[in-house]
Ligand binder design. Sequence first.
Ligand code: NCD
Ligand code: ZN
Length: 348
Amino acid sequence: MTERITLRKPDDWHLHVRDGAMLRAALPFTARNFGRAIIMPNLLPPVASTRDAIAYRDRIHAALPEGSRFQPLMTCYLTDATDPDDLEAGFRDGVFTAVKLYPANATTNSAAGVTDYRAIRPVMARMEKLGIPLLMHGEEVDPEIDVFDREAVWIERRLIPWTRDFPGLKFVLEHISSKIAVDYIRSAAPQVGATITPYHLTHNRTDWLGWGNRPYLYCMPVIKTEADRRALVEAATSGDPWFFLGTDSAPHPVAKKLSTTGAAGVFNAPVAIEQYTKVFEAAGALDKLEGFTSLNGPRHYGLAPNAETLTLERRAWTAPEEVAVEGPDERALIYRGGEQIEWRVVHD
Ligand code: NCD
Ligand code: ZN
């Protein structure tokens, strides 16, 4: 049995660290174990210009623990009114790594997202020319569509036509949640890659809803069937380079999670690398872990892997239940909080 495993330092290709007090509470968990992270721009108001992104990046740097070399990779929140010239300037100046598309009202803080898919075509054409990847919350939010089918319809209705219309544009379908998405990625790679979260690899919708409603498993895209979960595990552990780590760690204050309309999002950064390791071990695929956590993502983005390493060992520890958040937010509960976590990151 493997007792210890050393990886190139992982990156998180999909992360919400929020702002203000929540940023200060959440960021250290990611900065500790990851070299870089793609920072989601769904603040209120969103990070939708070069100026916004520079200011947000400064706030992230200010919230980093002393001596941390963690690097935030900034994204631009796409709206119907995104200015391709501002985006180009921000990309050329090294501010933006990618653009993030939220369909309006698909998920947390997406009200300012895209409503007019014709209006964004000039931006997509510019991105294709410059080599800026388009990251998608790939769910069609037409009320006619069942919530469990949103991802499949998005692929059909948006993504397949776009890969033809913009053959030089690189895409990431974020937090894939279904077998349909896995099969699609294999047909569209390497133009389209995908991130996979620890919770979509671990849970099915019976875990979420079958034994009481568990609001802490509520996220977008919603968790699907056991067959979907198995397809995701098979994809992540296959070694195929178009699948890579993106935690979608997304803290919310308790009051927002446990409200009559509860917020979508799972705060998993404190146990994320440990949970992925557990999933890969259960699949007998620890030899494929490093590709998924540390090599495939940089390759899709055209970046070098991290030079440093991270070591995990099989030594149980108890995950904290929550983090304290200064001010009115008070606290955020942690995924697997209070549970025995099987793998531990070795920090000297
Ligand atoms: C994310 C959040 O809370 O910002 N929530 C989620 O359920 N995944 C947004 C997102 O990525 O959809
Ligand atoms: Zn997300």
